[in-house]
Write a new protein. Sequence first.
Length: 252
Amino acid sequence: MEVINILDFDVYCSDPKQLVDRALLSDNSLVINTINPHSYVEQKSDSEFRQALKLSDYLIPDGSGIVLGSKCIHGVKIKKIAGFDLFEAVMQALDKKSGKVFFLGSTDIVLDKIKQRGKIDYPDVKIGTLSPPFKAKFEESDIEKFAKSINAFNPDVVFVGLTAPKQEKLIALLTKYCSPKIFSGIGAVFDFYAGTVKRPSSIWLKLHLEWLVRFLGEPKRLWKRNFVSAPIFLKDIFFAAISARIKNKKAK
């Protein structure tokens, strides 16, 4: 099984490397975004964000809550695919083919650190960057400027790091002007890879407690997703699981 439906969203649950290889060989430009409990709750009151998620070619389960949802609703155990997992799979594939990647988002300082580290980790990948102005909403002139920079560099992959839902909405707009092999919103991965924000160690990832470590590090920014979005998501999972069990009993 490659895709599983969780709360009305089709979530990719197979090998991220396989997905990346397929995308890089495709004749079409593919949008790969992430979904987690917070983004699920945010889209409930943001139709533009919901449409951006729905129009994604693939949604990867970047959250332990999505893994839990699959288990509770379908009784199927899937593996979490973090944005960082997708990032590594993409960069490794590009390094093999001497590809090009463009990073749109964050600050010039973070982008410079990404370029410096990228030269060491992935020496055969050409890296382009652009730090957008800090705005609540981008204007059409901004979108055109971003597209011009991306098309001038002609990358295989464009990573957008502006946090949800801003990055997903921007990608949806940019697809009208640009057609890289992969468009992907990976948010915090920019800071993780640059080293400006420390990513939780593997032991916390295995325990599905990455959210706790990140919250303790950035409580002001992450309190909403943990104390507002998480309970709403769990409530919806609970009722979806009950509904699924009732349907299964009727089917029998």
